[in-house]
Design a protein around this ligand. Structure first.
Ligand SMILES: CC(C)(COP(=O)(O)OP(=O)(O)OC[C@H]1O[C@@H](n2cnc3c(N)ncnc32)[C@H](O)[C@@H]1OP(=O)(O)O)[C@@H](O)C(=O)NCCC(=O)NCCS
Length: 292
């Protein structure tokens, strides 16, 4: 059986093979699905899947997203791995290792990161990765609803998606310490799967994923072309329809919010890095919607 297994690298043009990839993801990950994301046309040149095929089936994979990382105010080219796995019937035969080695060879000596889960905490160190902590950020803020609610965009609509992607391509990183830019097509994956907060327009150049519940306004991410020219704090009442006492952030430390503090370690982040030393950095949270 294994003799016929071969590696094939899928990109955006391999549309005939995208269903096989989607099928693999659905079988290995209960909460991840690429079908709608593909239908939305979000697979770009930045995303490559290093797939092992057995016949028509993808049986193992490691996908690579090219990332414009932002590390302490400097842009750094790097990569993020995702959808690493192997179909249950093929495990224990070196399949994931083959896919990982091919994916990592494509990354060269550039920094690589990935967000894992507790079952693979001992798997990634075999490939030179080290665990790195992430933090949660929040601040107290007594807010009352504003007069003019921020309009909502629907990323299932091609026009709204195009507007979002245009802005995401030029938006400033939402946090200065460890973040990324130009990851609109990762954020749309969350929206396509129903995992993103609603997307709201605060002005032409500022879109935010945000939602309020039980007095807490969660700002999952901010896509702002000119963050220094827009007073986000003043606009927050337009995102709520009931009073709020706390603002929490899906990234951090949030730009322009000196009062927002790292309140806890993000226990379920499971960040692993290779060729990237984050130890000396102040507390930070890589944006939730930039994680693959
Ligand atoms: C983890 C997973 C990818 C391993 O796939 P696999 O094809 O069985 O792995 P391989 O056979 O290539 O194993 C390579 C090496 O890693 C080891 N290994 C495999 N799974 C491991 C795990 N969960 N933890 C630690 N080591 C592991 C193997 O023993 C092997 O070691 P060796 O080189 O000493 O022989 C697979 O179990 C899987 O798909 N899990 C569910 C999906 C998942 O959680 N993916 C990670 C998302 S972040």
């Amino acid at each position: 059986m294994t003799a016929a297994i071969h590696l094939r690298v899928l990109g955006p043009a391999d549309t005939a093979l995208h269903p096989a990839y989607c099928d693999y993801v659905a079988r290995v990950f209960t909460q991840a699905d690429f079908r709608r994301w593909c239908e939305w046309g979000q697979w770009s040149e930045s995303y490559r899947a290093f797939c092992l095929f057995d016949g028509e089936r993808v049986v193992a994979n490691a996908a690579v997203s090219r990332m414009r990382l932002w590390v302490e105010g400097e842009e750094v080219e790097g990569f993020q791995l995702g959808a690493v796995g192997c179909l249950p019937g093929y495990r224990g035969q070196g399949m994931a290792r083959r896919a990982m080695q091919a994916a990592l060879a494509a990354c060269g000596s550039a920094p690589v990161l990935l967000f894992a889960n507790p079952t693979v905490a001992e798997f990634y160190p075999r490939f030179g990765f080290a665990a790195a902590p992430q933090w949660r950020f929040e601040t107290r803020a007594e807010l009352r609803p504003g007069a003019e609610p921020a309009p909502r965009l629907d990323l299932a609509e091609p026009a709204d998606r195009a507007e979002f992607l245009r802005l995401a391509a030029v938006a400033a990183p939402s946090a200065g310490t460890f973040a990324a830019r130009d990851y609109g097509r990762i954020a749309t994956w969350y929206a396509a799967n129903g995992y993103a907060a609603p997307l709201r327009r605060l002005d032409r150049d500022t879109l935010v994923f945000a939602q309020a519940e039980d007095g807490v306004l969660t700002i999952e991410d901010v896509f702002a072309a000119a963050p220094d020219r827009f007073d986000l704090a003043a606009a927050l009442p337009r995102l709520i329809d009931a009073p709020v006492h706390t603002v929490s952030f899906g990234f951090g430390p949030p730009r322009g919010w000196a009062q927002a503090a790292a309140t806890a370690i993000e226990e379920d982040a499971h960040l692993f890095v290779r060729g990237l030393d984050l130890e000396a950095l102040p507390a930070h949270r890589f944006p939730l919607l930039a994680r693959t």
